[in-house]
Ligand binder design. Structure first.
Ligand code: SOE
Length: 396
């Protein structure tokens, strides 16, 4: 099914926290800035707390709000379901929506376990037979400098990939008074830094190299084991009660991996890198050169050309602000910068285009499952004193 009814693609977003805000910006901006093949309508936002979801609807421009996602998914006037809830509800909502014939965009990590991710990938495959599309929100694939990095590797610009260094470093857990929000509870988040930000660097490594991680050896650590309990469950933080509770996820995960082409990868995902705010870095070393990206300087891509004359060798900085670069020409005149939120618009552009034209789409739920398998293998390795663990082969 391509979206050819002539009416706008009507979106329901389930959840309305930080990612809900980011996705709302994407849904609003993309149709204004890009020539989308279909019009988009922000139809309804769903959340359990009626007052809070009503405020979110008014603030982010959703036409309606609702408190029961099942009722919304059952509606004939909804074409696409965007899931921005914590990981513990991704599988149930995504499978129900796909089975109801709705296109699904689901935030990362795809699920809280390999079993859930497998069920979601299977539902996506069933739905695909009816033309229904599913995508995971690994939004950083759509930062123009990252898209360019991927394209340059695919074109052979740096030769064969030999080594990758990927890290995602934040520091918001260094403060022991940060309360026990849902991201610090295994039953809601699945894992800690590993699943939340480690998932991004595993996905980016697989995306930019076009290869899968086949084996890993790693360790995970919870540095602060008890934190103040929240009065009520709410976003990242909230007001603490004075009581302490157990942190049940990792604060940091460090692991080594092998790609199927043999290249070695070092990964670090941490919420304990004092002074690092949102430092996602990836550096790919090839036989003919290297490419390096840093999210804190997201309009730049660093390139080293090993084939250049010796006196000219050294990393150079490409300013990814030109019309020749991915996504950039729709925004501002050449030379003007983009930010964190633009990836969410680019995600909408690519998803709506794939729905309208029935074209290839990434990252698929199978890609999300592949990441989930790597995360599970890291946890298994950590439990086995960092032994090497093979990553199960992705479903065919
Ligand atoms: C929190 O650690 C977080 O918001 C992640 O959940 C996002 O995926 C990442 O984009 C920024 O950090």
């Amino acid at each position: 099914m391509t979206q050819s009814s002539g009416r706008p693609l009507r979106v329901a977003m389930i959840g309305y926290g930080f990612m809900g805000a980011a996705h709302s910006v994407g849904w609003r901006q993309a149709p204004r800035v890009f020539d989308l093949p279909e019009a988009v309508e922000l139809a309804v936002v769903v959340g359990r707390n009626e007052q809070a979801v009503a405020r979110a609807a008014a603030k982010w421009g959703w036409a309606e709000h609702a408190t029961d996602w099942r009722e919304v998914i059952a509606r004939d006037d909804i074409d696409l379901v965007d899931i921005v809830t914590p990981g513990d509800s991704h599988a149930e909502i995504a499978i129900a929506a796909l089975d109801a014939g709705k296109h699904v965009l689901c935030e990362k990590p795809l699920a809280n376990s390999v079993e859930e991710a497998e069920a979601m990938a299977a539902a996506a495959e069933r739905a695909a037979e009816r033309g229904v599309r599913a995508m995971v929100g690994f939004t950083y694939r759509r930062v123009p400098a990252v898209s360019l990095l991927q394209d340059l590797i695919a074109r052979g610009t740096i030769g064969e990939v030999r080594q990758v260094r990927a890290a995602y470093r934040q520091d918001w857990l260094v403060d022991p008074s940060v309360p026990l929000g849902w991201r610090l509870q295994k039953e809601h988040a699945g894992s800690g830094a590993l699943g939340d930000i480690g998932a991004h660097i595993v996905d980016l490594t697989q995306f930019v190299t076009g290869e899968r991680v086949t084996r890993v050896s790693g360790t995970v650590e919870t540095i602060i084991r008890q934190r103040p309990v929240l009065g009520e469950r709410s976003g990242f933080t909230g007001s603490a009660t004075g009581e302490l509770g157990e942190v049940t996820v990792d604060d940091a995960a460090i692991f080594t991996g092998r790609l199927d082409g043999g290249a070695l990868v070092s990964f670090e995902a941490t919420r304990f890198a004092t002074g690092r705010k949102n430092a996602l870095t990836i550096e790919v070393s090839g036989t003919d050169g290297a490419l390096a990206f840093d999210l804190e300087r997201l309009n730049e891509l660093r390139y080293y050309d090993r084939t250049a004359p010796a006196e000219l060798q050294g990393f150079t900085t490409i300013l990814v602000t030109e019309p020749e670069h991915p996504y950039v020409s729709a925004w501002w005149p050449p030379g003007h910068m983009l930010g964190y939120e633009h990836g969410f618009s680019h995600q909408v552009v690519d998803f709506v285009t794939a729905i309208a034209h029935g074209t290839e789409l990434d990252p698929t739920f199978a890609d999300g499952l592949a990441v989930q398998r790597v995360l599970a293998a890291v946890e298994e390795s950590a439990a086995k004193d960092s032994a090497w663990v093979a990553v199960d082969a992705p479903v065919a």
